[in-house]
Design a protein around this ligand. Structure first.
Ligand code: BGC
Length: 723
């Protein structure tokens, strides 16, 4: 009876929502029939830097967009890139998406999405330009901090709840940048050549998950080309794959200034053109919007009949559909501005994303009551990291610096601070060296280190050009601004140096063996300093895991193991020569040990995987492997561990990586506690993309399920047979 009731409610639910959908689609058709050609075209391109036009005559609203992806950006002027200077547009700065990925916690991703979506809604935004899910191919990419790491499965699992959370507010998420925008160097024209297999196995899955599981309402094209055509109006990528195979029913938005041709834009699936300048990328002159590819030139082709009206109708239909989901949905909530709850969520994500890389002799946690002298050294101890970085820059209500957080928590300690080095001001697209005297800064730091019991070095990268910043890549894997030299000096005068890296990218660590402890702290947003202090004191037991491999040296990374055509390309073309072997797939398969492996991260407690079991070992393609893993916290403090399951195809007709992540679960365990968790692995996720048949291929035979706590810490193996 109960079952019947549930079933009928379910069917009722389905039919009600199907009815609603039909109603909306009928409404949309009605609206389209009333629009003039001019009105339709106006909806397909920008009317200001961050909005597109509605139709006043019919009460159809404008669409307002905002960056994304780590907070709702400050208001920009109508027709210039300057900030508008409002006083009510400060936001909560959430941790960068690399940090979110490091939590390996999809529940936090949902909280993130809901909270940022609430702020977007409160600020009257209809589209939030995020999340970013481009794959971490090289540690030099200036925008890695905005993305979710090197693994397509991790990025897929982590982006979906963010999208759902944002959209629960009646605000469209806009997953970006579709696709193959994996470096910033030459991003506006580089032509990426990559195998179909790598495209489908590595670069597309997160976008596919965003569409198929996240039901994302909009997607942003990328700047680069793929196989000779710009990605923002690409026949194969948009018409065939996105709108065809995946059935995407939402809106394709350009990246700002990534449209290049009217016919292609019209016919290859672009719906809204943003950011184009008529006299150069993203700079505009009077009435520039009318000169957009999808403005007057599009109208002309429609009027002459060269392009059929059904083409613009499809775009308008998608735009109206997005509106019914957002600004024409009378029932959507009102949102909330930056508030305590949002800061708490930002702090929680930051705490869980911080990765403890090294902890010699339990250096951390430090006693918060200590009366010792702690030297906090490094520019990143005080530098604001919400400023700079490009479009993800934020104006936040507050940003607690690491120094402030540490000072507030270690109330009895004697905290001394020295900058140690200076990187220069934050200026977009240019590097301006600091005019401070670096020798004096260094000397002062060494003196401070001599006096201190403990040195907490807070360095890393920053949001300047050629660091973690849009429109440029890093020049080397090493720490910039002579930090390696400085660290060596500090370590020669003080034996208790711990390094806290604030960055969105892997860095080389020539001083690694001499550091007592190393913490990867990412860009943590408003609550940076508090979250760092929470972890350093053990108020929070670290549980973050690396979402990318840290190579010892640059050439150990797959993209850099070849000539310059692989990275950064020859100025025109670029070939992804490592193919599917991105990140740990490269390290494992080529047997190149990373400095720190994908999925790795320490805790203040210890864990033991006691056993892993499956109910049966023979499976068909449409089945799901249900696995039980028993895990214990064998230490003395509560903590959380991420159980990771990788798959190895023991025999294949094609090359396969040694292992690929297919399931993970974060589990919280009190000291001494044991839990059995269940993980599910759909067998068809073991398939590879077979270029011979242009489709996924799941071959029969034995597959090993490798269960561990990092990609290089496999504790149990189960072999199953696929029939
Ligand atoms: C970036 C996008 C961003 C857009 C609007 C572009 O330069 O690539 O990620 O959303 O600007 O600011």
């Amino acid at each position: 009876m109960k079952y019947l009731l549930i079933l009928s409610v379910l069917f009722l639910g389905v039919s009600v929502s199907a009815q609603n959908t039909n109603k909306v689609e009928t409404q949309i058709d009605k609206i389209i029939s009333q629009l003039t050609l001019e009105e339709k075209v106006k909806m397909c391109h920008a009317q200001s830097k961050f909005s597109s036009a509605g139709v006043e005559r019919l009460g159809i609203p404008e669409i307002w967009m905002s960056d994304g992806p780590h907070g709702v950006r400050a208001e920009i002027e109508w027709d210039s890139w300057s900030y508008a200077g409002w006083t009510n547009d400060s936001c909560t700065a959430f941790p960068a998406l690399t940090c979110l990925a490091s939590t390996f916690n999809p529940e936090l991703s949902y909280k993130y999405g809901v909270a940022i979506g609430e702020e977007a809604r409160y600020r009257k935004k209809d589209i939030l330009l995020g999340p970013g899910v481009n794959i971490y191919r090289t540690p030099l990419n200036g925008r890695n901090f905005e993305y979710m790491g090197e693994d397509p499965y991790l990025a897929s699992v982590m982006c979906v709840p963010y999208i759902k959370g944002v959209q629960a507010n009646g605000v469209a998420a806009c997953v970006k940048h579709y696709v193959l925008n994996n470096q910033e160097v030459w991003r506006n024209h580089i032509n990426v050549k990559v195998s179909d297999r790598a495209l489908h196995e590595i670069y597309l899955p997160a976008f596919k998950a965003a569409v198929e599981h996240g039901n994302v309402w909009s997607i942003m094209g990328a700047y680069n080309k793929y196989n000779g055509q710009y990605t923002s109006h690409h026949k194969v990528l948009i018409n065939d794959i996105l709108k065809g195979d995946w059935g995407f029913d939402g809106v394709v938005v350009t990246d700002w200034g990534s449209a290049h041709d009217t016919r292609e834009a019209a016919l290859n699936g672009l719906d809204i053109e943003m950011g184009t300048g008529t006299d150069g990328l993203t700079s505009s002159k009077d009435n520039a919007y009318d000169y957009y590819y999808l403005a007057n030139p599009f109208l002309d082709l429609l009027k002459s009949g060269e392009i059929d009206e059904s083409v613009v109708d499809d775009k308008v239909r998608r735009i109206l559909r997005l509106m019914y989901r957002t600004n024409m949905d009378q029932t959507r909530p009102f949102g909330r501005k930056a508030n305590r709850q949002h800061f708490d969520i930002a702090r929680e994500i930051a705490q869980e994303g911080i990765v403890l890389l090294k902890n010699n002799k339990s250096f951390f946690p430090l006693n918060p009551e200590t009366t010792q002298t702690i030297a906090v050294i490094g520019e990143n101890a005080t530098r604001m990291m919400t400023i700079g970085g490009g479009s993800s820059e934020l104006k936040t209500v507050h940003e607690i610096s690491p120094l402030e957080g540490i000072t507030k928590r270690f109330t009895n300690a004697n905290i001394i601070h020295a900058m140690g080095y200076s990187s220069g001001p934050s200026v977009y697209n240019r590097v301006i060296a600091s005019d401070l005297d670096q020798d004096s800064l260094k000397q002062a730091a060494v003196e401070a280190a001599k006096k201190a019991d403990i040195v907490l070095f807070v360095g890393g990268l920053n949001k300047n050009h050629e660091q973690d910043c849009e429109n440029g890549d890093r020049k080397s894997l090493n720490l910039p601004f002579a930090q390696d030299e400085l660290l060596n000096e500090l370590m020669s005068v003080n034996k208790n140096v711990a390094v806290i890296l604030v960055s969105g990218n892997a860095v080389a660590m020539p001083w690694q063996t001499k550091a007592k402890a190393i913490v990867q702290a990412w860009y943590l947003g408003s609550e940076t300093g508090h979250a760092i202090a929470d972890v350093l004191t053990g108020d929070v037991n670290p549980s973050g895991k690396l979402p990318m491999s840290f190579p010892v040296k640059l050439e150990d990374n797959g993209a850099h193991a070849f000539d310059e055509l692989s990275y950064p390309g020859d100025g025109v073309d670029q070939v992804y020569k490592e193919d599917i072997l991105v990140g740990y797939r490269w390290h494992d398969t080529k047997k190149i040990k990373p400095l720190y492996a994908f999925g790795y991260g320490l805790s203040y407690t210890t864990f033991k995987i006691n056993s892993a079991s499956v109910l049966k070992t023979k499976f068909n393609a449409d089945e799901v492997v249900k696995m039980n893993v028993s895990i214990s916290n064998t230490g003395t403090v509560d903590g959380a561990e991420v159980v990771q399951v990788y798959v190895n195809d023991t025999k294949s007709s094609v090359m396969r990586p040694v292992k690929e992540l297919k399931a993970f679960k974060k589990v919280k365990l009190m000291a001494g506690e044991t839990k059995t968790i269940e993980l599910e692995l759909p067998v068809n996720s073991f398939a590879f993309y077979d270029e011979r048949i242009k489709s996924w291929n799941l071959e029969k035979g034995a597959y090993k399920l490798l269960i561990g706590t990092a990609s290089n810490q496999i504790k149990k193996t189960i072999t199953i047979d696929l029939q």
